[in-house]
Design a protein around this ligand. Structure first.
Ligand SMILES: Cc1ncc(COP(=O)(O)O)c(C=O)c1O
Length: 392
């Protein structure tokens, strides 16, 4: 019964029926007037989500394509990027830089920790010659469930001219990210996360300062050449045929998101994080992230001592059709991750938690039946009674 699946991945996420229906539209001329209107509406909506006046380029690719586009357009071979990595997507940034012959100064944190902005400040202060051209960092590290303090990281640059490139693929629209106020130079996002849209579109939000770097960059690039993207953007087009159906979905998603409003969206995601944390703690499970950096879009939970996390994931899928994610890289088998972003609600999470409780207890973890659900219900009930979230 795969149709009844409860998808609790940190992307792709479940898609609201209205968005699915919007995708069933006939294809249009991607260089015609309807397409121009479509791109303009998406541009206007995403600017509101990103809280920016900067241009926002639509790329037909996954989030990694957006990361590659940022590196390829900003950093020339032989230049240096300071990559602050707290998990597998941080390492991906470093690998992309290496593929483009960009020198990597790696601040490599243990997986589960957040970036310490003081470390960025120290590295940049020591760089008297301004060799570091850009700082590359994740807003939300999906592999560990850690949310970085991007405002503090941006401020840590002080007077150093390094650009700040933020991979916000899994963080945007789950946690606040006011691009202009925080002076973020490039922000990368993806359609399949908090936008509640299928995969296929990534976006790059580029500041005027970053544009200067794009113009100067000597890297080879073609499909992801932002100079080309800008030329077509000014004509109301994209350089190549975009994933139109995903763009139809994006337009519908932006309508939904903007009618809900950013404060309510953030508050809803904070509630999901609290539900999962409360339930996991009630089941005597340990999270990978420190509480103060807990992600509002995904929670990474350690498998109990002696248990393989993949057995938990398999059990939840086999017996309940509840889909959660595993650990990546060195965390394989050690953690499982519950995604809680986009089109999800408290009762979806309660179903997931119930599946988790039964699976854990069948695998021999001593828990009090219902303890996780009770804790989750208390969070939801608190929200109703304090009026903190009008959905509950
Ligand atoms: C933070 C982050 N960056 C980049 C990516 C890469 O996106 P994609 O898998 O769409 O290439 C992901 C995907 O999960 C992500 O979570």
């Amino acid at each position: 019964m795969w149709e009844k699946q409860i998808l609790l991945l940190p992307g792709p996420t479940q898609v609201p029926p209205r968005i699915l229906q919007a995708m069933v539209m006939q294809q249009i001329n991607h260089r015609g007037p309807y397409a121009q209107k479509l791109y303009a509406e998406i541009e206007e909506g995403t600017k509101k989500i990103l809280q920016t006046k900067n241009d926002n380029f639509l790329l037909t690719c996954s989030g990694t394509g957006g990361m590659e586009a940022a590196v390829a357009n900003l950093l020339s071979p032989g230049e240096t990027a300071l990559v602050a990595s707290i998990g597998s997507f941080g390492i991906r940034f470093a690998e992309i830089c290496e593929a483009f012959n960009v020198n990597v100064d790696l601040l490599d944190y243990p997986w589960g920790e957040a970036v310490n902005p003081d470390d960025i400040a120290k590295r940049l202060e020591a760089d008297n010659e301004h060799k570091i051209k850009a700082v590359l960092v994740q807003h939300n590290e999906t592999s560990t469930g850690v949310l970085n303090d991007i405002k503090a990281i941006s401020e840590a640059r002080g007077n150093h001219p390094a650009l700040l490139v933020v991979d916000a693929v899994s963080g945007l629209a789950a946690a606040d990210l006011p691009v202009d106020e925080w002076k973020l130079d490039v922000v990368i996002w993806g359609s399949q996360k908090a936008f509640m849209v299928p995969p296929g579109i990534a976006g790059l939000c580029v500041s005027p300062r970053a544009w200067e770097a794009v113009e100067k960059c000597t890297n080879s690039r073609f499909y992801f050449d932002l100079r080309l993207a800008k030329k077509y953007f000014e004509m109301g087009q994209t350089p190549f045929t975009p994933a139109l159906s995903v763009l139809f979905a994006m337009r519908e998603s932006l309508k939904l998101m903007l009618s809900e409003g950013l404060p309510k969206i953030f508050s809803r995601h904070a509630m999901y994080r609290d539900i999962v944390w409360a339930a996991a703690e009630a089941l005597n499970l340990e999270m990978l992230a420190p509480r103060e950096n807990a992600s509002p879009s995904v929670t990474a939970i350690k498998a109990p001592e002696g248990m393989n996390a993949n057995d938990i994931i398999k059990g939840m899928l086999r017996d309940f059709n509840v889909v959660v994610a595993g650990g990546q890289g060195k965390l394989k088998g050690k953690i499982f991750r519950i995604g809680h972003l986009g089109y999800v609600d408290g009762l979806d999470l309660i179903s997931g938690i119930s599946a988790l409780e039964i699976t854990l207890s069948r695998l021999g973890w001593p828990i009090e039946n219902g303890a996780g659900i009770r804790a989750a219900e208390q969070i939801i009930r608190g929200r109703i009674e304090t009026g903190a979230c009008s959905d509950y």
